[in-house]
Design a protein around this ligand. Structure first.
Ligand code: AMP
Length: 373
């Protein structure tokens, strides 16, 4: 086990952040509070994260000249966006520590690799199969049972690159729908067919693991989606203590098996029969952990900075219960009303254009612990 004191980067060090969205913005703000600087690398000149630091590189993830200069300018690299090309992480890792490492990134970029990994450490998921064409979809549908969900293995998010199938006759159309969204590096579409989960609710656990192996988990939270986009997170999830313990246990096991240094969000289903099935991993702070900024001693963003800088993690205990609501598109125009509400904490991301469904900000409403549910 590494000696965390020897490995710690002192305040004043520069954290390189791949990705320029709101997650990077909130991490950069957390870094600043502890006296660290964030150098943001991403393609969008007015990206939310670029706006909060004067160290920024606006460039594509494949621009090796820009990446080499970035590596020289920072002490450690982390990311806020897991679809950074794996080659980018490998390129940087040869020059400067990348945390979490390229292996974690690459594993979480592909739903098949991810589910195979989960199976290898005895973490339950729904039944799944690799599929490469409509015939494969029909065959796997017979094995897994109906209905099922067809997904691209890579680059899917917020429900994009997914199709629900009720029977074999829908295989061609479902395949065409996902093929439009995701091809791998080889240009071929590889899909994953998953048995449909009749879930009671969706939950997630955000877990941080430090360079010295210490783990902090946040309480399991309940996620409600609208049009495949997270709408609300309810803290804590309204589940039994036993289910919460199992969910947390899975999250810890995953962080350990990955030898994670950083933060990972584990998205899960609680089935009607009370089983916990892991759906997806995100190796970074997560939308369902935004409530931690206002309701916890240490936010998920501060944990990310602490972990990648080799500092001791902070306490993940919450002082309040919370409901976090995303402000999508024009919902952010309600900022005046939100600001007028006591115990409502507004966060806006500085995005100029409020397109429908775009995450413009969020609001976290706090209540005393134990008062909800
Ligand atoms: P994902 O991109 O895997 O996070 O999926 C987006 C959303 O689709 C999830 O939050 C679920 O609401 C739903 N979903 C994904 N996979 C399944 C499944 N196997 N069974 C039922 N619903 C699913």
């Amino acid at each position: 086990m590494a000696d965390s004191r020897a490995a710690a980067l002192p305040p004043g060090s520069v954290v390189g952040m791949l990705g320029d969205g709101q997650l990077g913005r909130m991490a950069a703000l957390a870094a600043a509070r502890l006296g660290y600087r964030c150098h943001v690398f991403g393609p969008t000149a007015d990206g939310p994260a670029h706006q909060v630091t004067n160290l920024s590189t606006v460039a594509g993830y494949g621009d090796e000249t820009a990446l080499a200069a970035f590596a020289d300018a920072v002490d450690v690299v982390t990311f806020e966006f897991e679809n950074v090309p794996a080659a980018t992480a490998v390129f940087l890792d040869g020059r400067v520590p990348v945390r979490p490492g390229p292996r974690v990134l690459s594993l979480c970029q592909n739903r098949l690799r991810e589910k195979d990994f989960l199976a290898s450490i005895d973490v339950a998921t729904t039944g799944y199969a690799e599929v490469r064409n409509p015939e494969g979809v029909r065959r796997s549908l017979r094995d897994l049972g109906k209905p099922a969900v067809l997904k691209t293995t890579e680059f899917g998010y917020d429900g994009k690159g997914q199709a629900l199938l009720r029977n074999e006759t829908e295989a061609e159309a479902a395949w065409a729908a996902i093929a439009a969204h995701g091809a791998t590096e080889t240009g071929e579409t590889v899909g994953i067919l998953e048995a449909f989960v009749d879930f009671r609710l969706e939950l997630s656990v955000v877990v941080a693991r430090g360079l010295n192996g210490h783990i902090e988990t946040y309480v399991p939270v309940e996620n409600q989606h609208r049009d495949h986009i997270l709408d609300q997170t309810i803290v804590p999830a309204r589940i039994s203590q036993d289910a919460a313990d199992r969910a947390e246990g899975y999250a810890r096991r995953i962080a350990e098996a990955l030898d994670l240094v950083g933060v990972i969000a584990v998205e899960m289903f609680l089935t009607a029969e009370g089983r916990i099935l892991v759906n997806e991993l995100a190796p970074r702070p997560h939308n369902s952990g935004h409530w931690t900024i206002d309701a916890c001693a240490t936010s998920q963003f501060e944990q990310q900075i602490r972990a990648v800088c080799g500092l001791p993690l902070g306490s993940s205990k919450r002082h309040s219960d919370a409901v976090m609501k995303n402000l999508l598109g024009e919902e952010a125009e309600d900022w005046r009303e939100i600001l007028a509400e006591p115990r409502a904490y507004l966060h806006l991301y500085g995005k100029a254009e409020a397109r429908p469904g775009r995450k413009m900000g969020h609001v976290t409403k706090l209540s005393p612990r134990g008062s909800s549910g």
